[in-house]
Write a protein that binds this ligand. Structure first.
Ligand SMILES: [Zn+2]
Length: 155
C-alpha cells in the first residue's frame, strides 16, 4: 500500500460496498443520486478512484482512474477492491463515520453518558465521535462479527 491513502468514489449501485470500505477506514464519497457527469467531475476534482458497475462509464476517457466492479454481491465487491488495491484492511478499521465519511475522534466517556445505552456505557470504556453528525461509536460484538466476516471473505 502506498503512503498516500487511497480515496474512492462509489456509484449509486454500490452503497453497501461504500459503507464497508468506510468500516475499513477508507475515504469513500457516496451519493445515491448523482448524475454521471457530476460523478466523474467530482472524482477528478477530488482525485478519487471510481468504483462502478457501469462498464460504459469506465470506458470514458475522463473516467480512466476506475475499477469496474464485477459482482452484485457486496462481499465479493469488497474482496475485489481490497485485493486489487492491496488494502491493509486492519490498519484503519473503525476510524471513520459510516454515514458522513468523516474521521472519528476519541471522546471522554463521561461526556456521552446519556447518549449511549446504559449497558454499553457500563461495559465499554473507549468511545469515538463523528464531529459532523454526532454519532458515537464503540467496540463490541458487532465489530468482532465484522472482523470475522472480513477474515472469512478474504481467505
Ligand atoms: Zn458522521
Amino acid at each position: 500500500m502506498t503512503s498516500e491513502p487511497l480515496k474512492f468514489i462509489a456509484d449509486a449501485m454500490l452503497g453497501r460496498l461504500a459503507r464497508w470500505l468506510r468500516i475499513l477506514g477508507c475515504d469513500v464519497s457516496y451519493e445515491s443520486s448523482i448524475s454521471d457527469n457530476d460523478f466523474i467531475a467530482r472524482a477528478i476534482h477530488e482525485r478519487r478512484i471510481i468504483l462502478t458497475m457501469d462498464r460504459k462509464l469506465t470506458e470514458r476517457e475522463s473516467a480512466k482512474n476506475s475499477l469496474l466492479i464485477k459482482s452484485p454481491s457486496y462481499k465479493e465487491q469488497l474482496k475485489q477492491v481490497i485485493t486489487h488495491y492491496n488494502i491493509d484492511y486492519k490498519s484503519g478499521i473503525f476510524t471513520r463515520c459510516l454515514v458522513c465519511n468523516n474521521l472519528l475522534e476519541p471522546i471522554e466517556k463521561e461526556k456521552i453518558k446519556d447518549r449511549v445505552p446504559p449497558y454499553v456505557y457500563s461495559t465499554q470504556d473507549e468511545f469515538d465521535i463523528c464531529q459532523q453528525c454526532g454519532r458515537i461509536y464503540w467496540s463490541g460484538t458487532h465489530r468482532t462479527k465484522m472482523l470475522e466476516m472480513l477474515d472469512k471473505i478474504l481467505k
